[in-house]
Design a protein around this ligand. Structure first.
Ligand SMILES: Nc1ncnc2c1ncn2[C@@H]1O[C@H](COP(=O)(O)OP(=O)(O)OP(=O)(O)O)[C@@H](O)[C@H]1O
Ligand SMILES: [Mg+2]
Length: 460
């Protein structure tokens, strides 16, 4: 089990409560009960002297048998037994260990009570003076095992009370710890949502009327989230505005370029074509940026319609296969189950096309790109996998390739390298359709990258 704050708080509270209850009980018994340790001792000594005197009297008046008789009720009732010595001789005829004889010898020379513990048995000895000043030593033998037995024989109502206090303390500590940690849990879930991209995540409204350090923390968190939200939104807006503003001069540049083509002679045609290509690339880049900002802000004016995912992928595979032949490669369907998704066909097409085109670009010459669609009816999920036979992507880059403009170092140098926006757009489109994308390296069959798109579907 994880060592959570909740468990720590719970255990500490509980320990404190149990300690306090125990301490209070001891104090109450000692002080309100009216007897302190010394008083108990005095009473015990007095009782020992009285019993001792009785035992001596019985022995002196009625002899050994009466003494044995006197000792019997003690044995029946409790773990205690009594012994009476004259010198070091036990008068009821019991044999005793050597150490007890020593204790008796010592007790005969002092005025107070002396004790000896042997394992679980304790002997308490006291000198008693009989008729004609005859000295005796009275010994009580107590067995601690018996006290545990006595404990188990405690009245039922005391046991019930102790168990009730125990249960109450558990419930009380649980409620207290739960209320302390509930704000932390709310804060944690809000942080989690923020980390997952939900910039509208706030904590303070969920805390109710709190006014303590935790509500201060929640306020700080909300301010931080507000600030991040503002920054990210303004940055996205700036990007969208710039892209939008660049479109018009670029369109005018293209028109001017066409006019130049018509009016300029052969020598400049090569340079003009180059400028035209760059204009075209710039236009594509701006288009991708606009797409990205649109999908990020989840704005799409189109309504979802049922899309036959299998046919759409088949068409994309056919087109890609046609292109692939120039490099001696093939793009082929290795598994295809019919399934339909609810979505926007153009968006889905561009999302999947980017993944297939990437695979085609990175697969080694003469190898195949394998595409498969499988449906998982119980979960209503379509799984589209695109696998190439290229170098794959290092583990550290597997998540990063979905970030805008991120390209693995060596693919930046390729002449036909893209802008690094394709997978970012793919991920946003698939997210908009309620699905997810991930990439991982193939472990068998010469490696390569597998990009897997999971999307909710209806089986046809
Ligand atoms: N199949 C693959 N094999 C190896 N690396 C890949 C693969 N697919 C993507 N990558 C890496 O991920 C990076 C990002 O891919 P992404 O599709 O986002 O951008 P791009 O293809 O470079 O450009 P764009 O798609 O915008 O034209 C690529 O530049 C490449 O480094
Ligand atoms: Mg790409």
């Amino acid at each position: 089990m994880r060592n959570t704050v909740f468990i720590k708080i719970f255990l500490w509270f509980w320990l404190c409560i149990i300690t306090i209850i125990g301490a209070v009980a001891v104090i109450v018994v000692m002080h309100l009960g009216g007897l302190h340790g010394s008083e108990w001792r005095r009473l015990a000594e007095k009782s020992l002297s009285l019993h001792g005197a009785t035992a001596v009297k019985i022995y002196e008046q009625n002899g050994k048998d009466a003494l044995i008789e006197f000792a019997r009720p003690w044995e029946d009732k409790a773990p205690d037994t009594v012994l009476l010595f004259q010198g070091v001789t036990e008068l009821t005829g019991r044999r005793v260990p050597q150490q007890v004889t020593k204790l008796v010898d010592k007790a005969s020379r002092i005025e107070r009570t002396d004790t000896l513990t042997l394992g679980e048995v304790t002997f308490i000895a006291r000198r008693i003076v009989g008729q004609n000043n005859t000295p005796y030593i009275f010994v009580v033998e107590t067995n601690r095992k018996g006290y545990f037995k006595q404990l188990s024989e405690l009245p039922r109502f005391i046991v019930v009370k102790v168990i009730s206090v125990f249960i109450f303390s558990v419930l009380f500590c649980f409620a207290l710890s739960y209320s302390f940690t509930s704000s932390i849990r709310k804060l944690r879930s809000a942080t989690h949502r923020l980390a997952n991209g939900d910039l509208s995540s706030r904590v303070l409204p969920t805390l109710g009327k709190r006014n303590d350090e935790l509500s201060d923390l929640a306020m700080d968190f909300d301010q931080m989230a507000e600030r991040i939200d503002e920054l990210v939104t303004s940055q996205k807006k700036l990007l969208a505005d710039i892209s939008h503003e660049l479109r018009s001069p670029l369109a005018r540049l293209s028109i001017a370029l066409d006019l130049c083509h018509d009016k300029t002679g052969e020598p400049l045609q090569k340079q003009l074509s180059r400028i035209e290509r760059e204009c075209h690339r710039l236009n594509e880049l701006i288009g991708q940026l606009l797409d990205l900002s649109r999908f990020e802000s989840r704005i799409t004016e189109m309504q979802p319609v049922p899309v036959d995912l299998t046919s759409l992928v088949n068409l994309l595979v056919e087109d890609a296969d046609f292109e692939a032949r120039s490099r001696g490669c093939h793009v082929r369907m290795v598994a295809s189950e019919p399934c339909s998704v609810s979505g926007i066909p153009d968006h889905l097409r561009s999302a999947i096309e980017n993944v297939i085109r990437n695979a085609l670009r990175f697969t080694h010459e003469g190898t195949d790109v394998e595409v498969s669609i499988t449906c998982l009816p119980p979960e209503s999920k379509a799984i589209l996998q695109v696998r190439d036979h290229g170098d794959g992507v290092s583990e550290a880059d597997l998540f990063k390739i979905f970030k805008p403009f991120y390209r693995v170092e060596d693919s930046r140098d390729r002449r036909n390298g893209g802008t690094g926006l394709g997978l970012a757009i793919t991920e946003r489109i698939i997210n908009l359709h309620g699905g997810s994308v991930r990439a991982y390296n193939a472990v068998n069959g010469n490696g390569g990258l597998i990009v897997e798109i999971t999307i909710p579907c209806d089986v046809i």
